[in-house]
Design a binder for this molecule. Structure first.
Ligand SMILES: Cc1ncc(COP(=O)(O)O)c(C=O)c1O
Length: 486
């Protein structure tokens, strides 16, 4: 049940390539970075961060000049990354008081922030309303009432955008969908009618600035974006008719996809389902046509368009470098034990695919199939895929009648690439690079099994590296425990 992913091609012009058989990122040797800063190590590229920011800004503003791009900071709230994106012209999306704090430290002004979340605390609301945040994307009627109370108590007017449920499926996987009433997000039309009534009745403390939708993450179906644009333009017109003043903005959320494999050829061996998740041709040029242009055509240039991209701003701006610490032979194939597991790269626990390159032997062409696993003490700590096998077994246990669909279940749940194709000379001590690991990683690390969180460095536009997140240490392991010294 194993599938190999083709070793080549993986190079990315002027960004990821090789020199003397070793991986180079923005002209800096990856193995030397590990020598200098230790392993595991995230390496962010300032050049790529700037490129992504300018790519989305130029494409979207070409179609709609009044576009604001609010980086969804949950995707990476490292201060250096936030600063690089701010310097490149982005605003910011926050999801908590903690992210408000980090965005403020990174230099973003409240007027450049929008605030999402399904369970905002009174204390968080008070802080952002006092500060004069651009908009709170309100998720429920209950929350709007809470905002009114808080705004009254501090005698301020809160800027409101209502998050609507568009009933559009988005996101390559069901768990990634956020735009239907099956999910926990947003308000129904009926709830919004009541919300608008409440806003109109309290003009001193509530101002309806915009409407908002966000339909999922890693959305690889163009039709979902087309449907979202159509839905929001019609809905904007409907809401405008109920308001005594014009809507200031339409917030289209994020969810823009990025490929997680260097080339389509690398994904030819896997089932359609996985190809759909990890390969996309939707770039910001396409999005400007299918998402931004229909809104502009219907509503004109005056209204501000806000977008909230997270993953698409940062996923391809970092690689994770991890050293092979140990080796075994199992079932005729080598198993290599890396010093990074899911405590460092949480999405692998969720079964996410990241392409691997041997940074120590970047140009070797003779290859072998091997299993790559992490150092943690459970079987799910593997870069594929005994998890899938387990899922089939438990489904069959829960419903034996499914046995007749065993072949399909195996295909869908197991047939991911569980063997990696790496250089035949791969051995203990080599540095392995996992590509496209810039999104949803740093804040999701933990110290499970008493292991250290990885450090992170930034390679700047002049190809100098600097530490942007320190490696955790034993003192950090004690940081939350309250105890008396023995
Ligand atoms: C409301 C909202 N906006 C934007 C984003 C960013 O999504 P993505 O990283 O897929 O662009 C998220 C992600 O969870 C979100 O919940």
């Amino acid at each position: 049940m194993s599938q190999a992913i083709a070793l080549h091609p993986w190079k990315r012009e002027q960004h990821l390539y090789s020199t003397e058989n070793e991986l180079v990122i923005d002209a800096v040797n990856a193995c030397e970075l590990v020598e200098k800063y230790g392993s595991p190590l995230y390496v962010y590229s300032e050049k790529k961060l700037r490129q992504n920011a300018s790519d989305i800004l130029s494409n979207f503003r070409r179609v709609h000049r009044n576009t604001r791009v609010c980086f969804a900071s949950k995707a990476c709230a490292n201060i250096a990354v936030l600063q690089a994106l701010r310097d490149a012209g982005l605003s910011v999306e926050i999801n908590s008081g903690g992210e408000f704090f980090k965005a403020t430290v990174a230099g973003y002004q409240p007027e450049e922030m929008v605030f999402n979340g399904v369970a905002k605390l009174r204390s968080e609301l008070e802080e952002v309303i006092r500060a004069g945040i651009k908009a709170i994307n309100v998720d429920s009627l209950m929350e709007l009432k809470r905002i009114l109370e808080v705004a009254r108590s501090v005698n301020k007017q809160a800027g409101i955008a209502l998050r609507i449920i568009p009933e559009i499926k988005g996101g390559a996987s069901a768990g990634w969908e956020t735009g239907t009433s099956e999910s926990k997000f947003g308000m129904t039309r009926d709830e919004q009618r009541q919300a608008i009534g409440l806003i109109k009745n309290h003009p001193d403390h509530l101002r309806m600035k915009g409407i908002h939708a966000h339909i999922g993450t890693q959305i690889t179906d163009e039709n979902a974006f087309r449907a979202e644009a159509l839905f929001l333009t019609e809905y904007a017109q409907e809401v405008s008719a109920q308001l005594p003043y014009p809507l200031e903005h339409i917030n289209l959320g994020g969810g823009y996809p990025k490929s997680y494999t260097s080339s389509d050829a690398n994904m030819m061996a896997v089932p359609d389902h996985y190809r759909d998740n990890y390969c996309t041709r939707i770039d910001f040029g396409t999005l400007s046509e299918i998402l931004i242009k229909p809104v502009t055509d219907a509503l004109g240039q005056e209204v501000e368009i806000i977008v909230e991209p997270g993953r698409s701003m940062v996923s391809d701006t970092a690689i994770l470098l991890t050293r092979i610490e140990s080796e075994k032979q199992r079932n005729g194939a080598p198993v290599y034990y890396l010093d990074a597991g899911y405590s460092v790269l949480f999405d692998t626990y969720m079964g996410w695919y990241f392409h691997m390159v041997n940074a120590t032997r970047a140009d070797d062409t003779e290859t072998k199939l091997c299993r790559m696993v992490g150092p943690l003490c459970d079987s799910s700590d593997t870069y594929y895929d005994i998890e899938g096998e387990g899922r089939v077994k438990s489904l069959l246990n829960s419903d034996p009648a499914l046995a007749q669909h065993r072949e399909t279940l195996d295909k869908v749940l197991v047939l991911q690439p569980n063997m990696r194709e790496l250089p035949a000379n791969t051995r203990v001590g080599d540095v392995i690079a996992l590509l496209d690991t810039g999104a949803y990683v740093l804040e999701m690390m933990n110290e499970y099994c008493g292991r250290q969180q990885a450090a992170a460095v930034m390679v700047d536009v002049n190809s100098n590296s600097r530490l942007i997140r320190r490696r955790s240490n034993n003192e950090d392991l004690l940081k939350y425990d309250v105890y008396e010294s023995a």
